[in-house]
Design a protein around this ligand. Structure first.
Ligand code: ATP
Length: 231
């Protein structure tokens, strides 16, 4: 799914400029890291793509949809094609791992038989099949992250938005989560990942977009956490 930001700004009351005059084009199938210090606007940018946040100025187009013009029904359909791993998109505590993932497909009205097969596949892919009958609070942090990713991708979305998907994980587990995201990307899903993890950004080189106080200060296809040129 391609993404275009054109002169996008977002001001939160009273006067917090979370995004300022953002121009950004992401092609279908790209993998993009969003980096920048705490409060630089990464989450806000991703929430704009999901149209959870509406810009104060400027235009956003995602997959050919002008987000500003979207009605309720169109928005619901649009969101079905986007997987999100946001920090506050909590797992449902009263459902097992299996049920948490199945729930997404049930809501979409998919037949039960098909749901079973898909959930089995995705839980195996993310490596928590043996944990399928446990509730979220019985899973480790890494397992919960995997479950959140399983839930986000079970629907084979065209776009995956992942906000700190490896937050609080050790490097080994972060590597495994990263491998999952790379596989999903290789299968055709566009991936936008916000991260503070310098090690991952250096180890798996992809385009880096860096924000500072709401502005893009670096957009670099060479990748790597630190730029060779002063930004
Ligand atoms: N709903 C909101 N209301 C008011 N201010 C907000 C809101 N959402 C974000 N902000 C502010 O906008 C700025 C950017 O926040 P954002 O969450 O996008 O940063 P971030 O780069 O994702 O940070 P982090 O790395 O800590 O997740 C911050 O100053 C934040 O306090």
């Amino acid at each position: 799914m391609e993404i275009q930001f054109s002169g996008v700004s977002k001001t939160f009351p009273p006067d917090i400029n979370a995004l300022e005059n953002i121009y950004l084009n992401v092609d279908k199938g790209e993998f993009v890291y969003l980096i920048g210090e705490t409060g630089s606007g990464k989450t806000t940018l991703m929430r704009c793509i999901f149209r959870e946040v509406v810009p104060s100025r400027g235009h956003i187009s995602v997959g050919g949809h002008a987000l500003r013009k979207m009605g309720r029904f169109e928005l619901a359909l649009f969101r079905r094609d986007i997987g999100v791993v946001f920090q506050d998109f909590a797992l449902l505590p009263n459902l097992t791992a299996f049920e948490n993932v199945a729930f997404v497909l049930e809501v979409m009205g998919m037949p039960k038989k098909e749901i079973e097969g898909r959930v089995v596949d995705v839980l195996k892919t993310v490596g928590i099949w043996r944990r399928r009958a446990l509730f979220p609070q019985q899973l480790s942090g890494g397992e919960q992250q995997r479950l959140a990713i399983a839930r986000a991708v079970v629907n084979e979305p065209s776009l995956l938005l992942a906000d700190e998907p490896t937050g609080n994980l050790d490097n080994h587990t972060a590597d495994e989560i990263m491998q999952l995201l790379l596989d999903i990307n290789a299968a055709g899903t566009t991936v936008i990942m916000a991260t503070h993890n310098q090690y991952l950004v250096d180890s798996y080189r992809h385009r880096v977009v860096k924000l500072r106080r709401g502005r893009i200060v670096r957009d670099d296809r060479e990748g790597g956490y630190e730029s060779n040129v002063e930004d």
